[in-house]
Design a protein around this ligand. Structure first.
Ligand code: UGA
Length: 421
């Protein structure tokens, strides 16, 4: 927002994050974001505070960007943080105000929050709640924010006000550049977001299911994906078979979507998402079984795991297939050494019992099998000659189909992909 030219005050309850941000340091890894942060902190356009009073008295528009994780022991989304923001902010809004949600929420949440905010605020009906779902991808957050492929705004049709003109003004430079700006009602905006993620998850599980067919038929899923992807109606993106999707969004969003459909009496409509989830989780087990089969037994095997983040260019290990597989293999008796270019600290925090190496070479020293589970460029560009003198056995399993099998085989390695002969 500051980069788009606005004066921004970022509010957080975590004092350590605030002090890092004020010093121009990011509390997570995101390519290109630190430069944007530093530039805007230095110019004074971006400031940080823990004070809701500051936010309420100073801002014209309040964006909510807090997390909506999966509830413990349930599939539904945990809305405590979103509610927390409205409960603290609304009582301080003494004049007309616009609250715009960006968090991914179950359909119906924005309407409820509007009712709640108006009841809590001295300004009453002069408080509006609109919803502007976020579509950025980790690893491409800066580019997706400054050049989004679309903007969606949900408005409360029962309480029309100034929200549309306020948000149009916020995004005026993007709208002038021709970025599609879709204005709709609150429920549609909320559903656009979760439907987009459900579609992406379905696409990945589709190709992973086909990849299992390729395995039994001796076919190559990567060539198949290239061939079907040329059809524009299908498209090549999100057709990479492998150990499946993870992260803080796709897995929990499809589960929250199913849970909400159930609450609304439409669970049958989304029953297929259960299968999407099953296929996806099955990919992790399949990788563990593949390693067991290739090693004969996991007990005593030395396994090098390259990659821990849920995808490249991120240090995020939430529901990461790579880390999950590493953990399962270790629990079944193998010695597992993990290396990731950015996610080491986060991995250690949630999986302290795994061994961690400081480089790919160190992780592969003495290994009986090398697993590539996150397709970092550094791993895709690995050459067999670098690992040859280090490993105990020349066996590589490519959980992301990101290596060229002929390069490895021609150097005497056994190569296994997923859905590749
Ligand atoms: C996803 C969506 O792509 C964003 O549009 C959305 O804004 C975001 O969730 C969100 O809801 O906040 P993200 O979680 O950053 O973004 O990651 P993706 O690029 O979607 O990848 C998700 C997972 O799918 C990763 O584990 C990735 O390795 C896996 N994947 C992706 C595949 O297994 N195969 C593919 O072909 C593509």
């Amino acid at each position: 927002m500051a980069e788009l030219g606005h004066d921004v005050l970022g509010i957080d309850v975590d004092a350590s994050k605030l002090s890092k941000l004020e010093a121009g340091d990011l509390p997570f890894y995101e390519p290109g974001l630190e430069e944007v942060l530093r530039r805007n902190v230095a110019s004074g356009k971006l400031r940080f505070s823990s004070s809701y009073d500051d936010a309420a008295s100073w801002a014209d528009v309040h964006f909510i960007g807090v997390g909506t994780p999966q509830k413990k022991g349930e599939h539904a989304a945990d809305l405590q943080y979103v509610h927390g923001v409205v409960d603290r902010l609304a009582p301080l809004l003494v004049e007309s105000a616009v609250i715009v949600g960006k968090s991914t929420v179950p359909v119906g949440t924005a309407h409820e929050l509007g009712v709640r905010a108006r009841a809590l605020s001295p300004a009453g009906t002069a408080v509006e709640v609109a919803w502007n779902p976020e579509f950025l991808r980790e690893g491409f957050a800066v580019q997706d924010t400054l050049r989004p492929d679309r903007l969606v705004l949900g408005l409360d049709v029962e309480n029309p006000g100034v929200a549309e003109s306020v948000v149009r003004n916020v995004y005026s430079s993007l709208i002038e550049d021709g970025i599609p700006f879709i204005v709709t009602d609150l429920a549609t905006a909320e559903l656009v977001k979760v439907s987009a993620n459900a579609f992406l998850a379905t696409k990945i599980s589709f190709i992973n299911a086909i990849s299992e067919l390729c395995d039994v038929a001796g076919a190559d899923v990567t060539v198949l994906a290239d061939a079907i992807g040329i059809d524009e109606r299908i498209g090549r993106k999100f057709l990479n078979a492998g150990v499946g999707f993870g992260g803080g969004c796709l897995p929990k969003d499809i589960r929250a979507f199913m849970a909400r459909a159930g609450e609304l009496g439409a669970d049958k409509a989304l029953a297929f998402l259960r299968e999407v989830d099953n296929i996806n989780m099955g990919r992790r087990t399949r990788m563990v079984e593949l390693v067991r089969k290739e090693c004969g037994s996991l007990v005593g095997a030395r396994v090098a795991v390259l990659g821990a983040a849920f995808k490249p260019n991120s240090d995020d290990v939430r529901d990461s297939p790579a880390l999950n597989i590493a953990g399962q293999i270790q629990l079944q008796g193998a010695t597992v050494t993990v290396y990731d270019p950015k996610a080491m600290e986060n991995s250690r925090a949630i999986f302290p019992t795994l061994d961690y190496a400081t480089s790919a070479r160190e992780a592969c020293s003495g290994a009986d099998v090398v697993l590539v589970l996150t397709e970092w460029k550094e791993f895709a560009e690995l050459r067999p000659s670098i690992l040859d003198p280090l490993v105990r056995r020349k066996l590589i399993i490519d959980g992301r189909n990101c290596l060229d099998p002929s390069v490895w085989r021609s150097c005497g390695w056994q190569y296994r992909g997923m859905g590749r002969p």
